[in-house]
Design a protein around this ligand. Structure first.
Ligand code: G3H
Ligand code: 13P
Ligand code: ZN
Length: 326
């Protein structure tokens, strides 16, 4: 049976992005696949009073079971409300978003099961096919007041279900026609960020193309822009992982200074997944090494959850500027 996101306590991204644009900050979009990640995201964003977008990829839906994830999302709103009351703080807006939806059917299924926002990633198709697919999703989503993110340009990087060998920067001359022709609510662009923990090669220039972002902003002023692949791959986390048996060689992320500049501009949503994976892995590897006799999952997942919460609080406060904006 179909369920509306409004019944579950989620909001769409429209108001969030309007405020983020006016306030010169970006809303964090954090991916989750399990309970500990979800708890860390909600507690970090409530304590830092930041709006938040919970992201679910199709890989996450397969890993954790789509029905269970939907109930977890719903439960997280209830948890946030109870905690807000206990702490005497304001409730925060939470959106439930499909990350990298690749078909109309997947977007439709998510909308019917309580998502307040979906991404249709048609970036691997031709411009015309991307336009047609994105428009079809928008036409289905908008009567339910579900917001839609589209993408132009291709981000490199490899994760479970999101793969691209080659990076293609977004062409600024295409954005206006795409946004007008599809009716999307936000647009993901490719300006040098990429998925995963290996974003730049050693010796290569390690900055993103803020000049392309500027050019895009000029063509669609005031329109919400999304940055995927925005983990900064903190060297201290890579170090902990490698000192405790890991082998992450030449892992490099996006400089935080670039992300701060982007967040202050028309970028209203910043996607972060890999940094959370690194924080959890570092904490788990350290516990495993320091306490080899430990075998209660709570004893290593607990510290991983604490590390994640710290990471998200810092991002909200120091990188995205979303803390205090709920
Ligand atoms: O952009 C992709 C997200 O990080 C999700 O990755 O497909 O491995 O869940 P995933
Ligand atoms: P990272 O791999 O840089 O965390 O990017 C995540 C992302 O773009 C999710 O859509
Ligand atoms: Zn992405």
């Amino acid at each position: 049976m179909a369920v509306s996101y409004k019944q579950l306590g989620f909001v769409n991204t429209r108001e969030m992005f309007k405020k983020a644009m006016a306030g010169g900050y970006a809303v964090p979009a954090y991916n989750f696949n399990n309970m500990e990640q979800l708890q860390a995201i909600i507690t970090a964003c409530l304590e830092s009073q930041s709006p938040v977008i919970l992201q679910v990829s199709s890989g996450a839906r397969k890993y954790a079971d789509q029905t269970l994830l939907q109930y977890m999302g719903q439960g997280s709103v209830e948890m946030m409300r109870r905690m807000a009351q206990e702490k005497g703080v304001k409730e925060i807006p939470i959106a439930l978003h499909l990350d990298h939806g690749d078909t109309f059917e997947l977007c439709k299924s998510c909308i019917e099961s309580g998502f307040s926002s979906v991404m249709i990633d048609g970036s691997h198709h031709s411009f015309e096919e991307n336009m047609a697919l994105t428009k079809k999703v928008v036409e289905y989503a908008h009567p339910f007041e579900v917001t839609v993110e589209g993408e132009l340009g291709i981000l490199a990087g490899i994760e479970d279900e999101v793969k691209a060998e080659k990076h293609t920067y977004t062409k600024p001359e295409e954005v206006e026609a795409f946004v007008k022709g599809t009716g999307v609510d936000s647009l993901a662009i490719a300006i040098g960020t990429s998925h995963g923990a290996y974003k730049f090669k050693p010796g290569q220039e390690q900055n993103i193309r803020l000049d392309i972002l500027k050019e895009i902003e000029k063509r669609i002023p005031g329109f919400p822009i999304v940055l995927h692949g925005s983990s900064s791959v903190p060297p201290e986390l890579v170090k902990i992982i490698n000192e405790n048996g890991g082998q992450l060689k030449d892992a490099v992320g996006i400089p935080e200074a670039d992300l701060r500049k982007a967040a202050a501009s028309a970028v209203c949503k910043v996607n972060i997944d890999s940094d959370g994976r690194l924080a959890m892995t570092a904490a788990i590897r350290k516990t495993m090494k320091d306490k080899p006799a430990e075998f209660d999952p709570r004893k290593y997942l607990g510290p991983a959850r604490d590390a994640l919460k710290e990471l998200y609080m810092r991002k909200n406060r120091e990188v995205l500027g979303s803390a205090g904006m709920a």
